[in-house]
Design a protein around this ligand. Structure first.
Ligand SMILES: Cc1cc2nc3c(=O)[nH]c(=O)nc-3n(C[C@H](O)[C@H](O)[C@H](O)COP(=O)(O)O)c2cc1C
Length: 365
């Protein structure tokens, strides 16, 4: 029998009704102090027919922030805000993981406690600007973390996982993709360290393994996933040998028995010209190799529509497919995919910040 988007699937302890995953989507609409609101709960509840929702990048500490008005999961008010979200999703029959996030060098002093310089594995600046409430701010040279500070950040991931569990999440996803802190440790363009967290592949994957194990210690492995974006140049990322690095990471994660591995599929044929639209819509050479090194469910993301998703599942190249922009504009994406119905277009002017417009007012069929 051919596997489709609507074939039920087991992910850890969760029997999912379908293989349509809502990709993590930062929308910069949390309340003051990074506390999720009733509006956020409504947004996620509207999308609860997804087999699994991965909630937006959520700061594991005050230092972890890299977007204005993005949520956190490191104090009691944030926990209570998220409880409203998870309860609303569960009432709708859905399941929701929290994406544990640290921005690393993709932040600016205006988003840091006491205006501190953002931290990273090494003092290597990303290119470009960061959008903040005060407009665009140039990204600067980050401060390289001391070894004992790295251990403190692992501990902040562990504490965040505890808050996430208390907030009713069904699991957590480690954000090791798209050029944020965990990815900055993985790739040699941003990691020039000479301690046990830098140099060899074994050393560069150490931080990712430690934060994953920290979350596993709280949730159990079957409720922890990891998201990576092999070969993607987004956020000034580069690695000399991603085809070695990412399979090595997958092989090291595999024996843990995780809920899933989640890959953002970069279009490797277009490496110098990465934009939001520049995703493969299929596994690439690196993620194919990575998946061979991992036993457990594989979620593929980036550039999928209904036919491409059907093809990747039928070929057995992935077990679930995540949709980002599709879910922004279509709360009932699952139904539309099932019926082959047309999709609403994304309004790019309302992606980040603001209120209900472009967030909870996209129409269902
Ligand atoms: C507005 C917006 C916000 C995003 N925020 C996140 C995020 O918080 N965490 C993450 O891992 N990826 C994030 N992404 C990437 C998406 O999860 C997804 O990988 C990407 O949009 C490609 O999938 P698509 O072609 O289905 O849109 C974001 C993408 C968009 C468009």
């Amino acid at each position: 029998v051919t596997v489709t988007l609507f074939t039920p699937v087991q992910v850890g302890p969760h029997a999912l009704a379908n293989r349509v995953v809502m990709a993590p989507l930062t929308r910069c609409r949390a309340g003051a102090g990074g506390v999720p609101t009733v509006l956020n709960a409504e947004h996620y509840a509207q999308r609860a027919t997804a087999g699994l929702i991965v909630a937006e990048a959520t700061a594991v500490s005050a230092q972890a922030h890299g977007f204005p008005d993005a949520p956190g999961i490191y104090n009691q008010p944030q926990l209570e805000g998220w409880l409203g979200v998870t309860e609303a999703v569960h009432r709708g029959g859905g399941r929701i993981f929290c994406q544990l996030f640290h921005a690393g060098r993709m932040s600016v002093p205006a988003l840091q406690p006491e205006g501190a310089v953002p931290v990273a594995p090494s003092a290597v600046a990303p290119r470009g600007d960061l959008w903040t409430a005060a407009g665009k701010v140039p990204l600067g040279v980050p401060r390289a973390l001391e070894t004992d500070e790295v251990e403190e950040i692992v501990e902040s991931f562990r504490r965040a996982a505890e808050f996430a569990r208390a907030a009713g999440f069904d699991g957590v996803e480690i954000h090791a993709a798209n050029g944020y802190l965990v990815a900055q440790f993985l790739e040699d363009g941003s990691n020039r360290r000479t301690d046990e967290y830098g140099g060899t592949v074994e050393n560069r994957i150490r931080f990712a393994l430690e934060v994953t194990r920290a979350a596993v210690g709280v949730f159990g492995a079957a409720r922890v996933g990891v998201r990576v974006s092999p070969g993607s140049p987004f956020n000034s990322m580069h690695d000399a040998k991603p085809g070695t690095l990412y399979p090595a990471l997958a092989a090291a994660l595999s024996p843990l028995g995780l809920a899933y591995l989640h890959g953002v599929e970069a279009d490797l044929s277009n490496p110098g010209d990465f934009q939001m639209g520049n995703f493969g819509g299929a596994p690439n050479a690196i993620t194919r190799e990575m998946r061979r090194s991992f036993r457990g469910p594989y979620i593929t993301a980036g550039g999928y529509d209904g036919p491409k998703a059907a093809a990747v599942l039928a070929a057995g190249e992935a077990d679930l497919v995540a949709f980002g922009r599709g879910f922004i504009a279509n709360p009932d994406l699952v139904r539309r995919l099932r019926e082959g119905a047309p999709l609403n277009e994304v309004d790019f002017s309302t992606l980040y910040g603001g209120g209900a417009r472009g967030y909870t007012d996209y129409p269902s069929l």
